[in-house]
Design a protein around this ligand. Structure first.
Ligand code: UD1
Length: 423
């Protein structure tokens, strides 16, 4: 199992290319199931989660080919042979549930295992199921599988009001609605850039969609969708993560492909903490202004609020800030598993329910630590970059789900970081 070894050493200088968004790619790939025509995705990230989605689609009979060193995916669902998403694949990744809407919409039926994924709270899929039920589908939960069936004549357009914002449920409903009869209105829909990206791709495939990026999305169903070529939006979470590297270590780093509008709420907090962010022609340049960063309070919220997927990384920064910060996690329960690991490096963090209070210390110290989930793993790497001495982060398979070539990207900025492979 691989580990990552980091020796904390001073300021970082350089540039980091930011990949296409993992979470956009994970919803764009199942969109292939909506059509028998080819779908080509460019700017795809090379990650284990993408390989898992590839396996899942292939198990249904779809063709998925990685081109151009894996940065282009050519997908075809011309010869889909199965509508069953097996437990063995689904348990590896929660986003597998995103095949449900497209399968029911095009084939009238699906059997999808209930998902697993990161251990960050209960994470049910009731909203996904309810949205499809509103469109006339029947849902039967048996043997750990959702057995879904569309009514005779296919899914029907419906008005669906989500009780709270869910990215995945919005994506499933949006995809299903493109092939439903009549108009679907999604209220209290997620506004994440990944939803906007999905809507753009679906529109290029012939879907009729309005309002993406706002809380109300209107979809007028069509009978068939065609093929398209779509470039995936920049990964705002990878972007935010690397923005924190110079914030924690000092120095100046340019994030190629970065856009402020993708991370506006996060930039506001960085500014309050004493970190400047500038938009350039090529991306974003980030530099710590002077001295230690200052404590700030953070509350995670659906987009355009502060993203839960940057909470762990932000906590790493605040561990060395001057003063006391308060981080409130409102999206996922149990998403502070990085806190005890950061404490092993000398951080002072008190977790009470969904609130973590962080008292900044001048310096963290290297220690052996363990990654507990995807974002937690990278928060430990960020903390280690600024810590005194050596840190060995184990269980980095979590990291490989969402970050490509992390050692290479950080080394290019002067970090001392290497992967240690043990048989
Ligand atoms: C997506 C992202 C994930 C991110 C999250 C929130 C992907 C592949 N993953 O996850 O990285 O952290 O958005 O920005 O895009 N919920 C229910 N019932 C449901 C669905 C969700 O109760 O049917 C709850 C969840 O447990 C959670 C909240 O709603 O507390 C938000 O979850 P959701 O937005 O659905 O997250 P995901 O789409 O799973």
């Amino acid at each position: 199992m691989d580990s990552i070894l980091i020796r904390g050493n001073g300021p970082l200088h350089g540039s980091v290319p930011i990949a296409g968004a993992k979470n956009a790619c994970l919803t764009l790939m199942p969109a292939t199931l909506l059509t028998d025509q080819p779908l080509t995705l460019t700017n795809t990230p090379r990650l284990s989660d993408i390989r898992t989605m590839t396996q899942l689609l292939q198990s249904l009979g779809a063709e998925v080919a990685g081109l151009n060193a894996g940065t282009v995916l050519a997908l075809s669902s011309h010869d889909v042979t199965s509508q069953r998403a097996d437990y063995d694949i689904v348990r590896k990744m929660r986003a597998s549930i995103l095949v449900l809407g497209p399968l029911v919409a095009r084939f009238g039926q699906a059997e999808v295992s209930l998902p697993g994924g990161c251990a960050i709270g209960a994470r049910p899929v009731d909203l996904h199921l309810r949205a499809l039920e509103s469109m006339g589908a029947t849902m039967d939960l048996r043997d750990g599988y959702v057995h879904a069936r569309a009514p005779a004549g296919g899914l029907r357009g419906a008005v669906i009001e989500f009780p709270f914002v869910s990215v995945g449920a919005t994506e499933n409903a949006l995809m299903a609605a493109t092939l439903a009869r009549g108009t679907t209105v999604l209220r209290n829909a997620a506004r994440e850039p990944e939803i906007v990206d999905l809507a753009r791709c679906l529109r290029a495939m012939g879907a009729r969609i309005q309002g993406e990026g706002t809380p109300t999305i209107e979809i007028e169903g069509v009978t068939t969708l065609g093929g398209a070529t779509h470039r995936i939006v920049t990964d705002r979470i990878e972007l935010g993560t690397y923005m924190l590297a110079p914030a924690i270590c000092g120095g100046q780093v340019e994030l190629l492909g970065g856009r402020i509008d993708l991370v506006a709420a996060f930039c506001e907090k960085l500014d309050q903490a004493g970190v400047s962010v500038t938009q350039t022609d090529r991306g974003l340049t980030v530099a710590r202004r002077n001295g230690r960063v200052r404590a700030v309070d953070v509350v995670t919220e659906p987009f355009p609020g502060f993203p839960t997927d940057l909470q762990a990384q932000m906590m790493a920064l605040l561990c060395t800030a001057e003063g006391v910060s308060r981080l409130e996690e409102r999206i996922f329960e149990n998403r502070f598993m990085h806190a005890p690991e950061l404490a092993r490096m000398g951080a002072r963090i008190d977790v009470q329910g969904g609130i973590a209070t962080v008292t900044g210390v001048e310096r963290l110290r290297g220690a052996p630590v363990m990654a507990t989930d995807l974002r937690a793993s990278v928060s430990l790497i960020l903390a280690a970059l600024a810590a005194e001495g050596e840190t060995l982060v184990s269980r980095v398979y979590h990291l490989d789900r969402g970050y490509e070539r992390v050692e290479e990207k950080l080394r290019a900025c002067g970090a001392q970081i290497e992967r240690v492979t043990r048989a």
